[in-house]
Write a protein that binds this ligand. Sequence first.
Ligand SMILES: NC(=O)c1ccc[n+]([C@@H]2O[C@H](COP(=O)([O-])OP(=O)(O)OC[C@H]3O[C@@H](n4cnc5c(N)ncnc54)[C@H](OP(=O)(O)O)[C@@H]3O)[C@@H](O)[C@H]2O)c1
Length: 324
Amino acid sequence: MNIGIIGAGRIAVKMAHTLNKMSSATAYAIASRSLEKAEAFAKEHHVIKAYGSYEQMVSDPDVHLVYVATPHSHHFDQVKLALEHGKPVLCEKAFTLNATQAKALIEISHKKNVLLAEAIWPKYLPIRTMLDEVIDSGIIGEVTSVTANLGFYLLDKERVTNPLLAGGALLDLGVYAINFALMAIKSDIKNIESSATFLDTGVDAQNSAIVTFEDDKVALLHSTQLAYTDKRGMLFGSKGYLELVDVTNPQSIKVFDKNYQLVKELARPEQITGFEYQVQACIDAINAGEIECKAHPHSEILRVMNIMDEMRRQWGMHYPMECN
Ligand SMILES: NC(=O)c1ccc[n+]([C@@H]2O[C@H](COP(=O)([O-])OP(=O)(O)OC[C@H]3O[C@@H](n4cnc5c(N)ncnc54)[C@H](OP(=O)(O)O)[C@@H]3O)[C@@H](O)[C@H]2O)c1
C-alpha cells in the first residue's frame, strides 16, 4: 500500500524509515509546503514522489493512505483535506485541538466511508495485547489504580511551546499518559481534577490530573515539557502491581507480587521502530473495508479528546484558534 506523508518534519523521517523496512507498505510520497524541502526529503529518505503542495499529493490516485505529520494546530485542516479527496488517514497525536474538531472529522470519515485513525502508536503495539493478557490472567488481582507520566525538556521545540501550533505538555505528552490509563480502565469517567503551570506563551508547561472512574478506579497522570521523567506507567491491583517503561513504546512488562518481588517479565517483541503496527492496522482496516482501527476506534479518540478538553477547561487554557 502506498503511503503519502504530509509535512516533511522530524516524525516524518521516522515514519519514512519505518515504511522503507515494511513489506506491506511503500514510502510513496512526501508533501511539504516547499517543493525543494520535499525533494530533499524524498532523496534522503527514499520516498518515490515529492510534492510542493499537500493538495497535489492528496489528489494523486496512487496514494492509498495519508499520514499527517504536522503540528496539532494543522491536523484538522489537513485531515479534512485528505478525507474530502477520499483518502484514508492516519493522523499524528494529539488528534485535533479539541473534541469538537475530532467529531467533525469522524463525521466526514463516515460520510465519505474512508478510514480515519490516530497515530497514537502504543495502542497498536503487540505489548498492548500482552498487557491485556496479564491483567486478564488476574496475576495482580483487580486493578484499582493507575499512574502514568511522560516528560522531556522541550523548551527548544516551537511545536510544543507555541500556542499557535497548539503546543503544551498535555496535547504533546499527556495524551500518552491518558491513553495508558484508558487501556487499563475501561469504565466511564466520573470526575476529573486537574491543574497546570504555564509557559509565558500561555501553553501548559506541566500538568497533573486525578481521574476517577464510575467503578471508583483512579488514574494519576502527569506530563511536563520542563523535565525528563521516568516515563513509567504503573497498574496497581489487589494481589500486586505491574510496571511498564515507557508509556510511548514499552520495553517490557514487569509484574511484582504483594511482597514487591518480580514474578514475571515480558519483553517487547523485535520491532522496526514500533510505528509499523499502526500502519499495518490501517492497511488491515482498509482491506477489510473498515473506517476505524479496532485497536483505537473513533470512540476512544473522542474519549481522550474529551478528557483533554475538560482538563484545559479547568485551567482556563484556550488556543487562539478556539477563540474565534
Ligand atoms: N509518535 C511520536 O513518537 C511523535 C514524536 C514527535 C512528534 N509527534 C507528533 O508528530 C507531529 C509532528 O511533529 P514533528 O516533531 O514532526 O513536527 P515538526 O518537525 O516541527 O513539523 C512537522 C512539519 O509540520 C509543518 N509545520 C511545522 N511548523 C509549521 C508551522 N508553523 N506552520 C505550518 N506548518 C508547520 C512542516 O511541514 P512542511 O514540510 O510543509 O514545511 C514541518 O515539516 C505532531 O502531531 C507531534 O505531536 C509524534
